[in-house]
Design a protein around this ligand. Structure first.
Ligand code: COA
Length: 183
């Protein structure tokens, strides 16, 4: 194990700027707002989205299903949790409604703080990430917030490109220390 510093951007969006464009939800997918009892489904979507991704090195809990469940419970119990900004996407196939994408929101120091946007690898590139971000922004707005931010690992090119395309701006650079095996 060795200590690695991951470079991350804080990216911000003021809601007085243009609203986030919301692509239409593709056929076969359904958006579900937060309700109690959805922790497990969010954790399943989170785990399948992050298990083989670089952020599972930055936040090792994202690389384990029980870690994702623990994280979901921890986020949703916080006083700063914003249910309006927390969404799940299900894929409906063969009579099942599989949880395949997730986003959660917190209220931190007057900002909406996006947590762990993730889309299952087989369902990427269909606009689901953009839809979840737009729904979270709308939820923060309904909760009385006027701006939101998130953090992204700078090497996560797809995510950084998506956020820039949606109008988020780089505010500053942070370093997150994490223990990584094989280093
Ligand atoms: C980042 C992420 C949420 C984007 O989700 P998505 O549903 O693919 O998002 P969209 O379809 O709205 O846009 C995806 C972008 O990736 C590109 N893309 C297309 N196919 C893709 C694929 N199979 N895999 C990854 N990205 C793809 C799209 O072209 C688009 O970028 P561009 O239009 O600027 O070229 C998703 O890749 C993911 O879950 N990654 C792993 C977890 C993660 O790193 N989350 C971000 C934490 S800050």
């Amino acid at each position: 194990m060795g200590l690695v510093y991951f470079k991350r951007y804080r990216m911000e969006l003021d809601f007085s700027d243009l609203p986030l464009p919301t692509p239409p939800l593709p056929v076969g997918y359904a958006l579900e707002p937060w309700s109690d009892g959805l922790c497990r489904d969010h954790a399943t979507a989170k785990f399948s989205s992050f298990q083989n991704e670089m952020d599972a090195n930055v936040f090792p809990c994202l690389g384990r299903h029980d870690g994702c469940l623990h994280l979901m419970r921890e986020i949703t119990k916080r006083r700063s949790f914003v249910p309006e900004a927390t969404w799940l996407i299900r894929y409906q196939a063969q009579g099942k409604r599989l949880p395949i994408a997730t986003i959660q929101g917190l209220r931190l120091e007057g900002w909406g703080a996006v947590q762990n946007l993730g889309v299952h690898p087989e369902h990427r590139g269909r606009g689901l990430g953009a839809i979840l971000l737009a729904e979270a922004a709308e939820g923060f707005r309904r909760a009385g917030l006027s701006r939101m931010h998130l953090e992204v690992t700078t090497d996560n090119n797809g995510a950084v490109r998506l956020y820039r395309r949606l109008g988020l701006r780089q505010a500053n650079t942070l370093y997150k220390a994490a223990e990584v095996s094989g280093v």
